[in-house]
Design a protein. Structure first.
Lengths: 254, 328
């Protein structure tokens, strides 16, 4: 089975964000693998362990993105594909998906996996759009994959505690729900092995994608508070006592 | 503008986020002088269309086909792309449900369009419609505008608008218009099978008056008992954000948020929870919210009544002690 996982690199979870135009100041912060995508990568590695084949990690963005591809290789992906593009953060969901789809088209993978959404833009559309552009069937919010010959039996999460099984033919695109598995850490052996693995570089120009933006972020800002928060200060013991008093006598909830 | 609202029903029940999106549509229509068509689709969805016809809209649209009995992304996209080509709306609105996430971006792409998904509000700026959505897990918001020609596609997050503000029709009912679509079985590539629920939880968090909820800040499963001691002292039930349940530190049944339970207790104590929107939609209806987090910029403080910027590992035992003392 040939599996390609689309992985995004996003600002580190605890990074202090300072807004710069319609993006953030990148020089101040660290970046990491988008957590939802790490579940997709893990699922790909498990499918390969069960059914054989190869796993490739595809990522798009500036040079720094290679670090995230290397992390995927250290965890067990066989090769990387890097669409080098410094303007990636400015693309709209359809524009980003068109680039990924063009890079994926040549690969003829059996299965393409994405995470549920990114922790930065949070568009949550990439997998569905890639499927639409490649004319492949798709399913999202997947909690279980069983491969049976040329098709899959999938467990899809619905809302309010409901699930549904569906059958989906291969090849296909799946968006993986976070929590589907327990992600592995890279081993030292894996990190050493990753150094010999190939990362193919693709330029944005070579993909020949001409895409008019369908939407534009005009401004990013810190949200205005809708509720007035009363902040308590002091030592932990003082704050605890104050809070208990507030809850008892002002809010009257305990 | 002509606004088309795509509503959602499943297993003979409304998804109530549909009505929130209808409220958004009514507010946009009032600001922009637009008309609203509200659509429902299914195998036999007539009673849902009758429901819609009683709301303050211009028309209800009913799309029925045997192949729409169960949801499939192929079936819905093929049907709705035909409807959009015949109805010719300027703006197509969806509730941002799991189902909409599954098909709406594809539907827009089939028509060469993009979608602004998961919006929390809108603003009229001259003759432009500005949509507001969150980024960086709610730490920032963005103003987003459509580019290119209509139709434009957008979805509204659950809880962004209040369903109880939905205006009914002032003089009875609007017509229900049927729109026919052509679908063939071979066009639908995925096959939906049974719907099911997993082991039902013993605890119904929706009935708990006090909830003590932990997030990533709890750091390790060994630390959960500290929060449990606090929950016991305050007489509350334990709950958690998704990552904690994904890790297996608390069972999935205790998860609050878009993929877990939605609660509105009288007191919600958020410990080390940053306040990502997927969590907040499940608890923002709480009467009193207390947030304790070491990051003063955590979005959870935006909805908190009382906030403590500090270390939960100092505050959990301090609060437990203060509660015990207050009792005696």
């Amino acid at each position: 089975m040939k599996i390609i996982v689309c992985i995004k690199q996003v600002p580190a979870k605890d990074a202090p964000l300072s807004i710069a135009g319609t993006w953030i100041k990148e020089s101040d912060i660290g970046f990491e693998m988008n957590e939802p995508d790490s579940y997709a990568l893990e699922e790909a590695l498990r499918l390969k362990e069960k059914h054989g084949g190869e796993v490739a990690a595809l990522s798009m963005g500036p040079e720094r993105v290679k670090q995230t591809i290397k992390e995927a290789l250290a965890k067990g992906a066989d090769r990387g594909i890097h669409i080098a593009d410094d303007q990636f953060a400015q693309l709209d969901p359809l524009g980003a998906a068109r680039m990924l789809a063009e890079a994926l088209r040549k690969e003829n993978a059996d299965l393409i996996l994405t995470g549920l959404q990114s922790d930065d833009h949070g568009f949550g559309q990439t997998g569905v759009l890639v499927a639409a552009l490649l004319d492949l069937p798709h399913a999202t919010i997947i909690m279980q994959i069983e491969v049976q010959d040329k098709k899959m039996r999938l467990k899809r999460e619905l809302e309010a505690g409901w699930f549904q099984h569906i059958e989906c033919p291969l090849p296909a695109v799946l968006s993986i729900q976070s929590g589907i598995n327990k992600v592995r850490y890279a081993t030292l052996k894996g990190i050493m092995a990753a150094k010999k693995k190939e990362i193919a570089a693709i330029t944005r120009e070579s993909l020949g994608v001409k895409s008019e933006a369908t939407q534009k972020i005009e401004k990013i800002y810190v949200p205005t508070k809708t509720k007035k928060t009363e902040f308590l200060t002091g030592t932990p013991a003082e704050m605890a006592t104050k809070l208990v008093e507030k809850l008892k006598f002002d809010a009257r909830v305990i | 503008m002509k606004i088309l609202v795509i509503t959602e029903q499943r297993q003979d029940k409304w998804n109530n986020t549909s009505f929130e999106t209808l409220v958004a549509a009514q507010q946009i229509a009032a600001d922009t002088g637009s008309t609203i068509s509200a659509l429902v689709l299914g195998k036999a969805a007539g009673k849902f269309a009758e429901d819609l016809a009683g709301k303050n809209i211009a028309e209800a649209l009913l799309v029925e086909h045997d192949l729409l009995e169960s949801y499939t992304p192929d079936g819905y996209c093929l049907a709705l792309s035909q409807v959009i080509q015949s109805v010719k709306p300027d703006l197509v609105l969806f509730p941002h449900t799991y189902q909409v996430r599954d098909f709406a971006p594809k539907l827009a792409a089939m028509l060469g369009k993009g979608m602004i998904a998961d919006c929390v509000g809108f603003r009229k700026d001259g003759d432009r419609l500005v949509l507001v959505r969150q980024m960086f897990q709610g730490k920032t918001v963005a103003d987003v505008i459509f580019q290119g020609a209509a139709p434009w596609f957008a979805s509204f997050q659950s809880g962004a608008f209040r369903a109880d503000l939905l205006a009914v029709h002032p003089s009875g009912k609007v017509p229900v218009n049927k729109v026919s679509v052509e679908l063939k079985p071979e066009q639908i590539r995925t096959k939906p099978l049974e719907l099911f629920k997993e082991a039902k939880s013993a605890v119904d968090l929706t009935q708990a008056p006090i909830i003590v909820s932990v997030g990533r800040g709890i750091k390790a499963p060994e630390n959960i008992p500290q929060a449990e001691a606090l929950a016991k002292a305050i007489g509350g039930e334990m709950a958690a954000s998704r990552p904690i349940c994904d890790e297996g530190w608390l069972p999935m049944e205790r998860q609050i948020g878009s993929s877990g339970q939605t609660v509105a207790p009288k007191l919600y104590l958020a410990l080390g929870i940053s306040g990502a929107i997927q969590h907040v939609v499940g608890m923002k209806g709480a009467r009193t919210i207390v947030a304790i987090n070491k990051d003063q910029n955590a979005p959870i403080f935006e909805i908190a009544d009382y906030g403590i910027v500090g270390d939960i590992f100092e505050l959990m035992p301090a609060l437990t002690a203060a509660l015990e003392k207050a009792k005696s």
